[in-house]
Design a protein around this ligand. Sequence first.
Ligand code: AMP
Ligand code: ZN
Length: 461
Amino acid sequence: MNLRLYDTMAREKRPFAPADPRRVTMYVCGPTVYGFAHIGNARPVVVFDVLFRLLRQIYGENAVVYARNVTDVDDKINAKAADEGVDISVITERYLAAYHEDMGALGALRPTLEPRATAHIEAMQQQIAGLIQQGHAYAAEGHVLFDTQSYENYGKLSGRPLDEMIAGARVEVAPYKRHPADFVLWKPSKPGEPVWESPWGPGRPGWHIECSAMIESELGLPIDIHGGGIDLIFPHHENELAQGVCAHGGGEFARLWMHNGFLDMAGEKMSKSLGNVVIPHDLLQRVPGEVLRWALLSAHYRQPLDWTEGLIEQSRSSLDRLYGALQRVKGIAAERTDPPAAFLEALTDDLNTPRATAELFALAKALETAHGEAEKARLKGELLAAANLLGFLTADPDVWFAGAADEGLRAQVEALLEQRVEARNAKDWPTADRIREQLDGLGVIVMDGPQGATWRLKEPA
Ligand code: AMP
Ligand code: ZN
């Protein structure tokens, strides 16, 4: 299979070839756990989950090592802990558990490794010491800073030359910095903040060093793929790269860089600081995780994606169509097969999920119009294999359509649907209409198809 991926560094799509196909490594910057993730934060999770699944399909389930870090030391965590008068671990454990629950509901597999910043302080200190030793960092006033002028390729990933960064330095530059773009590797803790001993005085690590140190200690250099949202290209990934390369006197850090576009609301990036956030933890109360996942994959991952109620509804009806096709061949056992070539071609073309989902519809249509059990069994198998690879069609169609209906309601609906069939067969339209109204009163949407009616519950208002 020819996997091609867009590399932010090369600024073009490139054939993907791991350094060692028996151990493919991927690192994606993970959450800072101080609150519920918003649906924008879920975009990289779902996008890189698709890539993780695809790599496992290509190289084998055990050949892919995917690490996603947990930032569990940070100003916002400290502020939240102080606010509630609890230890920071109370905050980080609470929101990490919620993160796992919510991202799991969106169908994201757990990464192979989830290293935590606080468990890697020693690795960070070692990398900082290495940077000082190699002449790429300096200690000043309890801080350690990366010397950006010491690394000629600084700015290459984001395409920002160092000279421009002087002009771009809007905030007042700290007096101990040799260059405005120099960034913190270690800093003194403020009173009440977590603190670790270090050769440069008690303090805590900067944010960027967390990832480069964990990449080195958990995965080893170079890694095959480094990913995250587009906002991380600068400064976070530029700085990670500089640290990762310079700590070892050169060499490769990441062989390919990937970045997802923003999820927007009314044309603006969804972010906590703007206050325009939609939280999956709440949304999942009324919308199935697969619907949210579908919505997140409805645009190509590098394109912006505008989040609306209409998008949720469209995604739901797209999945209803696919589940409907499955429900109508309920009695036929699916053949065990690989996803079809056209679907894989779409996905291996830089994760073209809009084209891949269009292939799912083509398969569903072929299934609906197929003749003979063998043909149906094959197409059902292909549809399931393809959809499952993307994390869709994981539910039983009956359960999908019945939604949150309890046993009693389900039995009542089934009975009414049977009576409706009888009324229609007898051409007793008034009765059929009355039954339909009764179903509507129960909050049930009926969908008539060539092989009978299917149903689902309306969303609660
Ligand atoms: P943060 O917690 O802000 O560091 O974000 C965690 C991840 O979510 C990073 O990979 C960000 O790039 C990504 N991210 C944050 N906001 C958005 C958004 N509105 N759209 C897409 N990705 C986002
Ligand atoms: Zn990172």
